[in-house]
Design a protein around this ligand. Structure first.
Ligand SMILES: [Cu+2]
Length: 453
């Protein structure tokens, strides 16, 4: 009920002064973010960081707090939503990349703006909570002259893992520790975009912030550092969750398939992009969320709601996500962390899709405490196998976190343990909240031109 996804758990909050108070129990701890799920509205700035304190898997001295890295566009997100769905356009180039909301202007002829600056204390270990809140740009984070020690993947603490650079997909969070054990100086903190454009493009060709040791001279770093090479569009691997979870391999059949394709239908005399899962792009109804169906005990869900019912309690479910397209996708699940049992490990951005084979590829899967998180990168032309337990009744969106893609249909919703939802959630709020939304929307000029998500 408090997940905030319009069309699933609620109607949208009306404009012109509408409000809603969300109440939730912090059952996990770590770093996350909240954002609007009303079309592409979060890319217009309706977003913020969340820090929930709890134990860490390694010691540190100073918590620097959330570190939000995000693409930024001069045009409004709703304009971009309308233009980017036209097949003649494709996704927009970001105007800049911001670090905790600031950067110098990416256009040196115009100038202005300021680098984000972070101060490090010499000899101390600093915890930095990296969050990629972008609409579309994916980054590889790195700091000149320093390694990053990863201690959590999204909400999951992991055994400390030292990396030189860290791929951060849209929606992902990584808590890292940076040890200030180098010379007192200024250092670039880079968010590097991959070559080839499949993971986003920006007018800012080298997004960076300035990390300065206390006592360093004023100014920007003199040492440019070595550019990252082989920056790709795939998740780092090798993480070991502290709290172990093992999925039962004997229960895996490989028949839960989510097949992602790109189609170009004609809508209102224009050729547009639609991303489909199992041959259907999602299109939710703002004024009749899924939980209203649950409340009415109505099981006639619209086909384009892309509902997948999972009623059995406390069982493992397995999902093969198959990418039939060259564009990789950051896949996000609400309501659960999932185990990443495996992905195709062959780089294949130039070739034909690699189809998962439940027999031949079974040996590639790791069921014993693999990386666990709530956003993972589906490889270009490849596959990813996920597993999670039905331990949370509700309606949970499973979608690509690229704002334009979910807007163009790339999503399903898992409707989990339906019979238990009415007792667990305050479904009586739906009627007054939806009435308020409908009253406002009837008088507003804004019209729905996408999936609504
Ligand atoms: Cu996508």
């Amino acid at each position: 009920m408090q997940d905030g996804v319009n069309g699933l758990t609620e109607c949208p909050i009306p404009g012109d002064g509408g409000s809603k108070t969300y109440t939730f129990q912090a059952a996990q701890y770590g770093t996350s973010w909240y954002h609007s799920h009303f079309s592409t509205q979060y890319a217009a700035g309706v977003v913020g960081a969340i820090q929930i304190n709890g134990p860490a898997s390694a010691n540190y001295d100073i918590d620097l707090g959330p570190y939000v890295i995000s693409d930024w566009y001069r045009q409004h997100a709703f304009e971009l939503e309308r233009s980017s769905q036209l097949a003649s356009n494709g996704p927009p180039v970001s105007s800049n990349v911001l670090f905790n909301g600031t950067n110098i202007n990416s256009d040196p002829d115009v100038g202005g703006g300021a680098y984000d600056r972070v101060t490090l204390t010499p000899g101390r270990r600093h915890r930095l909570r990296i969050i990629n809140t972008s609409a579309e740009n994916h980054f590889s984070a790195s700091m000149v002259g320093h390694n990053l020690t990863v201690i959590s993947t999204d909400f999951v603490p992991v055994a400390p893992l030292v990396v030189e650079s860290l791929f951060v997909a849209v929606g992902q969070r990584y808590d890292v520790i940076i040890e200030a054990d180098q010379a007192v100086d200024n250092y670039w903190f880079n968010a590097t975009l991959a070559l080839g454009g499949l993971c986003g493009t920006s007018e800012n060709l080298a997004p960076a912030a300035v990390f300065s040791y206390q006592g360093a001279p004023a100014g920007i770093p003199e040492e440019p550092g070595v550019p990252l090479t082989n920056v790709s569009c795939v998740d780092n691997t090798g993480f070991t969750p502290v709290v172990s979870r093992t999925a039962p391999s004997a229960d895996f059949s490989g028949d839960g398939i989510l097949d992602i394709t790109l189609t170009t239908p004609t809508v209102d005399n224009a050729t547009v992009f639609r991303w489909q899962v199992n041959s259907q792009d999602i299109n939710i109804a703002w004024d009749k969320p899924t939980l209203q169906y649950v409340r009415e005990r109505n099981t006639s869900y619209p086909k384009d709601a892309n509902v997948i019912v999972v009623d059995d309690p406390n069982v493992w479910t397995f999902w093969v996500v198959q990418n039939e397209n060259v564009v990789p996708h950051p896949i996000h699940l609400h309501g659960h962390d999932f185990l990443i049992l495996g992905t195709n490990d062959v780089a294949n951005s130039a070739g034909e899709p690699v189809t998962f084979d439940p027999v031949a590829d079974f040996a590639r899967l790791n069921f014993v405490n693999p990386t666990r998180r709530d956003v993972a990168m589906l490889p270009s032309n490849g596959w990813m196998v996920l597993a999670w337990v039905t331990d949370n009744p509700g309606a949970w969106l499973f979608h690509c976190h690229i704002a334009w893609h979910v807007s163009q249909g790339l999503s399903v919703q898992f409707l989990e343990r339906r019979s238990e939802i009415p007792a667990l959630m305050d479904l009586e709020r739906l009627e007054p909240d939806c009435a308020a939304w409908e009253d406002w929307f009837a008088t507003d000029s804004y019209r729905k031109t996408d999936s609504g998500l």
